[in-house]
Design a protein around this ligand. Structure first.
Ligand SMILES: NC(=O)c1ccc[n+]([C@@H]2O[C@H](COP(=O)([O-])OP(=O)(O)OC[C@H]3O[C@@H](n4cnc5c(N)ncnc54)[C@H](OP(=O)(O)O)[C@@H]3O)[C@@H](O)[C@H]2O)c1
Length: 390
């Protein structure tokens, strides 16, 4: 199999850049860490597919890998990883045992890196799944179990489809768990319409789209006016997080709770989605209503969280921790592209050469929507009509 251009992150580059930036993660230059490299594709087995990557979305876990703020995943994986766990691709060839895909099909990937006995991932593909090779590459060879037909007739354009393969299943799983847990406690006849709050970021936007599609009242607490405006157009109310200094002090959290008490007629929130933790976790708990559910699949600002167990018991608040969907759940989430999931994509569609810059801009939090990178030099005819120029 040929050697193809691919981006990699090496543990040595991470260490060098951490040293140069003096441990100041905000000053770390991701273009020194996420480097253009090459990758020798493995020989496809009978159950594999050979893909040409068309577009990928930029994911926050690559920032975590590049700055090594949670774990130093490149070192733990033996010194180097090939990242990229969300892609839209064209099938070039299929192994003899693959019956559900054929060359020319357009597909998306999921990042369930190997399910437990209940179907949920123990590891994430191209992050901590052993020997997993990611999709920030021109081509890839993966098992056919890892691809799903792309919903080309969903009404979304190619970049919107490419924004979703990782974030939509995460939001879908968080929502179906949160609503399930809440309904175990409070049946529909006692409270039909819930107040649902989510803090900043792509997954949270999709989580709120699910809640709104079922008739609930959604609130998006973010620092970005553009992202709040995009959700307001879908009936989801915005709360400016900057107005509360991103919850830097107790007084900011008190002011936030006072503001949301007025917004919700004193009831506060029945469901809270918090992908960030850190100060956001305290803010989310401060506005938790009785019987509420606080769900998270992220730890962008902190991995540790502390809470008052007595208080949460008295209010019967449930803290739920999510990793990622089952493979079947990823396919189910894909059914909702276009009807429920209509993502805001960042105004610039990045090119292959710009991929490190896209991560730098995500690290500096300057993007107005989910960032998407066009990887292919030339798009296939089947998607040219749904790929607007940025
Ligand atoms: N377990 C999983 O399967 C999974 C899947 C996806 C993501 N994640 C994790 O979840 C986290 C969020 O990912 P994502 O894809 O939803 O987000 P994202 O699109 O990468 O965006 C992160 C957002 O955080 C927002 N934010 C809100 N409050 C913030 C604060 N106090 N300080 C800094 N930023 C703040 C920023 O928006 P504003 O500036 O607009 O507020 C920014 O847009 C990441 O750590 C990611 O690794 C986990």
């Amino acid at each position: 199999m040929p050697s193809v251009p691919a981006y990699s992150i090496s543990a040595d580059a991470v260490a060098r850049e951490r040293e140069r930036s003096g441990g100041d993660l905000a000053a770390l230059d991701l273009s020194k860490v996420l480097r253009a490299d090459s990758l020798e594709l493995r020989e496809p087995g009978p159950g594999d597919v050979h893909l040409r990557i068309l577009a990928v979305s930029v994911e926050h876990n690559i920032i975590h890998a590049g700055v090594a703020d949670t774990v130093d995943i490149a070192r733990l994986r033996g010194g180097k990883i090939y990242p990229g766990n969300s892609a839209t691709a064209e099938v070039l060839a299929v192994g003899p045992a693959v019956t559900n895909f054929r060359p020319g099909d357009i597909v998306i990937t999921h990042c369930n890196g190997g399910p437990d006995s209940y179907g949920f991932p123990k590891r994430i593909w191209a992050y901590d799944a052993e020997d997993s090779v990611g999709w920030y590459a021109k081509q890839a060879v993966v098992g056919a179990w890892q691809i799903i037909p792309a919903p080309l007739h969903s009404g979304l354009n190619l970049w919107e489809i490419a924004a979703l393969p990782l974030r939509a299943p995460t939001a879908y799983h968080m929502w179906r768990r949160a609503i399930g847990i809440y309904r175990l406690k409070v049946p529909r006849e006692r409270r039909a319409r819930l107040n649902v709050l989510a803090f900043g970021g792509g997954v949270s936007e999709l989580f709120l789209m699910l809640a709104a599609s079922e008739g609930h009242r959604g609130f998006f607490c973010s620092g970005s006016a553009e992202r709040r405006a995009a959700l307001a157009a879908r009936g989801i109310e915005g709360i400016d997080q900057q107005r509360f200094n991103r919850f830097a002090g107790r007084g900011d959290i008190r002011a936030f709770a006072e503001h949301t008490r007025k917004l919700t007629g004193g009831e506060q929130f029945h469901v809270v989605c918090d992908m960030l933790r850190g100060p956001v976790f305290d803010a989310g708990l401060a506005v938790a209503g009785r019987q509420s559910v606080n769900t998270s699949a992220g730890w962008q600002l902190a991995q540790q969280a502390a809470y008052n167990s007595t208080l949460l018991s008295v209010k019967q608040v449930t803290l739920d921790h999510v990793h990622y969907e089952t493979i079947e759940g990823c396919a189910a989430a894909t059914e909702l592209y276009g009807s429920v999931f209509r993502p805001s994509v960042h105004s610039e569609i990045y090119t292959w050469e710009d991929l490190p810059r896209a991560h730098i801009e995500m690290h500096h939090n300057t993007q107005t929507g989910i960032p998407v990178v066009c990887i292919a030099d030339e798009l296939p005819e089947s998607v040219k009509g749904i790929a607007p120029l940025s």
